[in-house]
Design a protein around this ligand. Structure first.
Ligand code: UDP
Length: 394
């Protein structure tokens, strides 16, 4: 009998970061044949992570195009993914999170009755417009996945409350696996962080604030507001801002005109993952609208101010390691200043604590899938294709 074939599908940098530990853990399972299809929704940023993790995709759909409208991308993705699924006939698809790639792959798999495992399932902001369109992408995936790998108890509770079919397993978030593995690699080979090292040492003696922003709902006025707050904060001599800017030209147009002339603000190209991890390790605090960075910051004990009105990752707020500041410039300046000037406020948020995972999530996911693979290999199994729940014998 052929091995149990799992096809992973992803297309963006954050998915690649969070899925490389899963790819590695599955590759170590003898009963599982691992195939990878990348859509390359974010070409350059994705490739950096694949190189770092030594992963060569079996299929590369390269759907990145100058016109990245959601409807065109959806149409392109469903046709291309459907062809791969028909050619490969995997036993299971594995997707991650809330991207268009993950949502469309789930739909194409459902059309073919291929079961879907969803890594990082169950995050909910409760507002379908924030994050947009990711909140709805994630909910749609939950409707047809039959294995929900929930990173936290709250995510599992959300899936249960919605009455989702299938099995819910709490695994921790694989981002903590990726982060800890990368920090360990950096300690062994400091040269992996050599791109950011001179920028950090150029600001010696200053408190370093790391900024990232890319959310669609903050494009335009939200980012202009945030940049004006950063300009005001950067007027302090004891502060330096390091800001890897997302390649999206709309993001750049909102930020660069306001900040490019400041000596203590380094506007830099996106960093590859080890360099970004080295920067997180060296900074004082983080200002971000990113999902993944919200999860990484507390594992390093770094306070994180979240430039969103709401978050689908409330665990950081509950643990006291994150605060929502939206994109109101006055509130951003107030909260950053409080952390810089009030050691008690800083210490309260800087507790190293990891509400999102313990670094073993990928092993747990691989163990569940290995169990499934060996159940299929047992003499009682009825056929080559896994039997969808609705068709299973009573
Ligand atoms: N990241 C990176 N280089 C950078 C900025 C971020 O490698 O210059 C990583 C970061 O550590 C996190 C992920 O990219 O793991 C977050 O990606 P992004 O903010 O684009 O997406 P989101 O997490 O909001 O979906």
């Amino acid at each position: 009998m052929s091995r149990y074939k799992i096809l992973l599908v992803f297309g963006t940098r954050p998915e690649a970061i969070k899925m490389f530990p899963v790819v590695h853990a599955l590759q170590a399972e003898p009963g599982i044949e691992v195939k990878l299809c990348v859509t390359a929704q974010h070409r350059a940023l994705l490739d950096q992570v694949l190189d770092l993790a030594d992963i060569v995709p079996d299929f590369d759909l390269d759907v990145m195009a100058p016109d990245q409208s959601l409807d065109k991308l959806t149409a392109r993705l469903i046709l291309a993914l459907g062809e791969v699924f028909d050619a490969e006939r995997p036993h299971r698809i594995l997707v991650h999170g809330d991207t268009l790639t993950a949502m469309v792959a789930t739909l194409a798999a459902y059309y073919r009755r291929i079961p879907v495992g969803h890594v990082e399932a169950g995050l909910r902001s409760g507002d379908i417009l924030q994050p947009w369109p990711e909140e709805v992408n994630r909910r749609l995936i939950s409707c047809s996945a039959d294995l929900h790998f929930a990173p936290t108890q709250a995510a599992a509770d959300a899936l249960q409350a919605e009455g989702q079919d299938g099995r819910i397993i709490i695994t921790g978030n694989t981002v903590v696996d990726a982060l800890l593995a990368t920090r360990a690699k950096l300690r062994e080979r400091p040269a992996l962080g050599e791109a950011i090292a001179p920028v950090i040492s150029g600001f010696e003696g200053k408190q370093i604030i790391v900024v990232t922003s890319h959310r669609r709902e903050n494009l335009g006025q939200g980012m202009v507001n945030a940049a004006s707050a950063i300009r005001e904060i950067a007027a302090r001599e004891d502060v330096a801002v390091i800001y890897p800017i997302h390649p999206n030209p709309h993001v750049r147009a909102s930020i660069m005109p306001q900040l490019a002339d400041l000596a203590n603000v380094a506007l830099i190209e996106p960093l590859d993952y080890p360099n970004f991890v080295a920067l997180l390790d060296a900074c004082t605090l983080i200002l971000t609208d990113s999902g993944g960075v919200q999860e990484e910051a507390p594992a390093f004990g770094k306070p994180v101010l979240v430039m969103r009105e709401t978050t689908e990752r409330p665990e950081g707020l509950a643990a006291g390691t994150a605060r929502l500041v939206g994109t109101d410039p006055a509130l951003i300046v107030k909260e950053v200043t409080r952390l810089l000037d009030d050691p008690l406020a800083y210490t309260a948020m800087a507790r190293a604590h990891s509400p999102f995972g313990d670094g073993r999530a990928a092993d747990r996911i691989a163990a569940i899938l290995a169990e499934e693979a060996s159940a299929r290999a047992s003499p009682h199994h009825l056929g080559e294709q896994p039997v969808p729940k609705a068709l299973r014998l009573a």
